[in-house]
Design a protein around this ligand. Structure first.
Ligand SMILES: Cc1cc2nc3c(=O)[nH]c(=O)nc-3n(C[C@H](O)[C@H](O)[C@H](O)COP(=O)(O)O)c2cc1C
Length: 181
């Protein structure tokens, strides 16, 4: 059975990206994947500074890197902040990138995001895709940028637009079938 780790770049209460994470959790589980859905508030890390290395590496970074190495699929849902990524997500990726062996070369990565704006995190997702690809991750091609949030979701946290539902299905197929060989 394939395994998936999912998390969101926003930890705020009522986060629409946590809603996307929960939706992907359900869709991956329906596809027969064992899902480990985590919250970044359980992985506290100080703002990265090379001076903290090597003695001050947070245990959460070591734990997170091991999770990245030990799951077949990683799905990241992230808001877009100022056309980029959230400080929380950038800090997490930065700390994880300093761990060895590489945490990026095992899983298939899927990235998606929901924003209040109509462009649906597309700038943020391009930064995320470039950064993950630069450090050796295989990021599946489907671009899951969703917005505006208030029109995309119903009260139960389900996506209502057929195009989005189809993209999620496409991403689940890519995540479960692509292989690094
Ligand atoms: C600092 C900050 C910057 C933001 N920048 C953008 C942006 O560039 N594009 C956008 O569509 N929404 C932007 N937003 C609005 C977010 O899309 C919105 O707050 C969204 O709900 C955040 O995701 P969350 O609900 O998962 O926390 C920004 C919000 C904050 C707090």
């Amino acid at each position: 059975m394939k395994t998936a780790l999912t998390f969101s770049g926003s930890i705020r209460k009522g986060s629409v990206n946590k809603t996307l994470q929960a939706y992907m959790d359900r869709k991956l589980a329906e596809a027969g994947v064992a899902v480990n859905s985590v919250d970044l508030s359980d992985f506290p890390m100080p703002i990265f500074n090379e001076d903290l290395e090597p003695d001050g590496v947070p245990e959460a970074a070591v734990r997170m890197a091991e999770l990245w190495r030990s799951h077949d699929i990683i799905f990241i849902a992230s808001p877009e902040y100022n056309g980029g990524l959230t400080p929380l997500l950038v800090n997490t990726i930065t700390w994880v990138s300093r761990q060895r062996p590489s945490p990026f070369r095992h899983a298939n990565f899927g990235i998606g995001g929901v924003s209040s704006g109509k462009y649906g995190t597309i700038w943020g997702l391009s930064h995320l895709r470039e950064s993950l690809t630069k450090v050796g991750a295989l990021v599946v091609p489907t671009l899951l940028g969703i917005g505006p949030a208030d029109q995309a979701l119903d009260d139960k946290g389900d996506f209502v637009e057929p195009a989005i539902i189809k993209k999620v299905e496409q991403m689940v197929t890519e995540l479960t079938t692509f292989s690094r060989g």
